[in-house]
Design a protein. Structure first.
Lengths: 433, 174
């Protein structure tokens, strides 16, 4: 019987089988941010175990609230900073270099096919886009990861989502994943890895694959995974060109992680995306999805473009395509948070920041900010936000606020209209100029 | 080992998420104790009033997919500092479930029919849970009504509860 990607990774990383289907696996990287790590650091200190299993495998960032907004967040940042300094953690990103973890770490080349990664953050599933097993964990798992370089997981069952067909103009990775979640439900993939496969995936860029995998957790999935291929190698090439003499060699090495043809999937969901239209969520759960046409004329107060889901350069380009030469509706405020300094810099170079600012957007520094309702655009009671983030829970972006999740193009279109609307009427259609 | 007995808070809803258990704005706290007043602050549910319904309760019985959403261990901690060490539900989100056992607490699944039975028999009444950890048995009782149910948790989860959590267990074993 063949193996899935996740099974291959577990088999190559297992250090113990403490009971039944529980696997203790060794970790290739432990990612840390300032919301969930400080309590682990303090606990390690109080246990007299103020150390890390391998300083080069720890990657840390201050990203959720940065620069600090008050004394409490300043304290969290300070704990991270001192810890990185004390324990000589070199890959630590502070104000000026920091950005949203799940956008920043891939951009730095920290993820490889076949890796095992944990972080005290549920959207760690993002990194599965590279053919890695990457899972969000709580602070205790994180603490043990930092100290021992291991983590315990149930044997992963894999649910395969096979995507075929042609994507229509105006339909993005975000629309695809929202549709997939609406099909699976918010716990349709609990305790499962979601493996994305099919012709649609081969055509997606790494950034789009990250958008897909990012939201695996919104269906309860432990990790989203895409099989490594030529696109993966091309993306990683600047970081691996000293490990392999040619890209072909790297590809040969990486594809061994791909699921075998006769691998056993616990379930296969086949979706032809040819008929898929731009979509948006409508309730407080990410599986409550409608087409933007059905949501047409839903008024919005704020547009938020950013986050680990859709704050990358391709997302900014997609939104800018809609915004170019247009202005936000006066009833709407627009906030753009490029996910990393590199995204920000490239957006400046490409003239995208001008487009956003001409449209009336406020451009913030790279940070999670309003995505989790902590800073830079928190909603007031009764306000509505068209957002490119990944979670629409009640109160997520501010108590009493409503969040509609959608693609950057759809959010931009809502910004211009003042209400949710089909972004395709703002896009240059093929054949036009 | 922690206490797994006491008065039950019934939460009759699916998909209660971590933002409802402890809103993100309190994630700037760096002590567990500071979370105490904010447990279930954003849970909007007909007939639920945290100020009135929480005091004195040390057990939660609820429906499907409890604890979905973020990885924040602040959710189990907010329960812990309110002396709630056990949640019983049809099923749980993976990270929340693991976080509970990692803290030496319990997230125990029961069959849907059993949960229905508990709601049907006891919801709205003052109900007490008594847990026989070794014998894997729950006794729910209110007045003259009493229901006994056996439960299953893995040996690994059991050792985490006995060890007082994953840090001590891992430190000893790896
Ligand atoms: S951008 Fe939002 S979802 Fe992503 S890591 Fe930050 S807070 Fe979490």
């Amino acid at each position: 019987m063949g193996k899935t990607i996740a099974q291959k990774i577990f088999d190559s990383h297992r250090v113990d089988n403490p009971s039944g289907d529980i696997n203790v696996i060794k970790l290739d990287a432990v990612f840390c941010h300032e919301i969930t790590t400080p309590i682990a650091i303090n606990d390690l200190k109080s246990r007299g175990k103020y150390r890390v299993f391998d300083k080069d495998k720890i990657k840390a960032v201050i990203d959720h609230v940065t620069p600090s907004k008050d004394s409490k967040t300043a304290e969290q940042a300070k704990i991270m900073r001192e810890w990185a300094r004390d324990l000589d953690i070199k890959d630590f990103f502070d104000v000026g270099q920091n950005g949203v973890c799940h956008a920043l770490f891939p951009e730095k080349g920290y993820v490889r096919p076949g890796y095992t990664i944990i972080m005290g953050d549920s959207h760690t599933c993002t990194h599965g886009a590279f053919g890695a097993f990457a899972a969000g964990v709580g602070t205790t798992d994180l603490e043990v990861g930092i100290l021992k370089g291991v983590c315990a997981f149930k044997s992963p069952e894999t649910l395969k989502v096979e995507l075929t067909g042609t994507r229509a103009k105006g339909v993005y990775a975000k629309d695809i994943i929202l549709h997939v979640i609406s099909r699976l439900g918010v716990n349709g993939a609990t305790d499962h890895v979601i493996e994305f496969d099919g012709s649609v995936i081969s055509d997606l860029s790494m950034e789009e694959r990250m958008t897909l995998c990012n939201m695996a957790i919104e269906a309860g999935g432990t990790c989203g995974i895409c099989p490594p291929d030529k696109t993966t190698v091309d993306y990683l090439w600047p970081f691996i060109s000293n490990e392999f003499s040619t890209k072909e060699e790297a590809l040969k090495d990486y594809v061994r992680w791909a699921s075998d043809d006769d691998a056993a999937f616990s379930k296969i969901l086949k979706i032809d995306i040819s008929e898929l239209e731009p979509v948006s969520t409508f309730g407080f759960k990410p599986d409550q999805v409608k087409t933007v046409k059905e949501m047409e004329k839903t008024p919005v107060d704020q547009i938020y473009i950013g986050s680990c889901t859709n704050g990358r350069i391709e997302d900014l380009r997609a939104a800018a395509e809609v915004l170019k030469g247009r202005k936000l509706n006066p009833s709407v405020r627009g906030i753009l948070a490029p996910a990393t300094p590199q995204v920000y810099r490239n957006a400046v170079k490409e003239g995208l920041i001008d487009i956003f600012m001409d449209a009336g957007f406020c451009v913030t520094n790279p940070t999670c900010g309003a995505c989790l309702g902590m800073s830079n655009g928190v909603l007031a009671d009764g306000e509505v936000c068209a957002s490119t983030t990944n979670r629409n829970f009640n109160g997520r972006m501010g108590k009493g606020g409503m969040v509609h999740l959608m693609s950057p193009a759809s959010a931009a279109a809502a910004g211009i209209a003042g209400y949710i609307t089909d972004p395709r009427s703002f896009l240059v259609q093929d054949g036009e100029n | 080992m922690k206490e797994f007995n006491g008065k039950i808070l019934f939460l009759d809803r699916n998909d209660i998420n971590t933002d409802e258990i402890i809103p993100a704005k309190y994630l700037t706290e760096i002590s567990k104790e500071a979370l105490r007043p904010y447990l279930l602050e954003d849970l909007k549910m007909d007939g639920f009033d945290a100020a009135k319904d929480l005091p004195g309760k040390t057990v939660i019985v609820t429906r499907e997919n409890f604890g979905c959403g973020s990885s924040r261990e602040h959710a189990p901690w907010a329960l812990e500092v309110n002396d709630i060490h056990i949640v019983i539900a049809e099923n749980f989100a993976r990270i929340f479930r693991q976080n509970m056992f990692n803290c030496g607490m319990m997230a125990v699944p029961l069959e849907k029919e059993q949960i229905d039975l508990l709601f049907g028999t006891f919801a709205g009444k003052e109900t007490i849970l008594t847990t026989d950890f070794k014998g894997s048995k729950f006794t729910f009782s209110s007045g003259s009504d009493s229901i006994e149910l056996s439960f299953g948790i893995s040996d690994f989860d059991r050792s985490l509860v006995e060890a007082g959590g994953w840090v001590d267990f891992a430190d000893k074993n790896y």
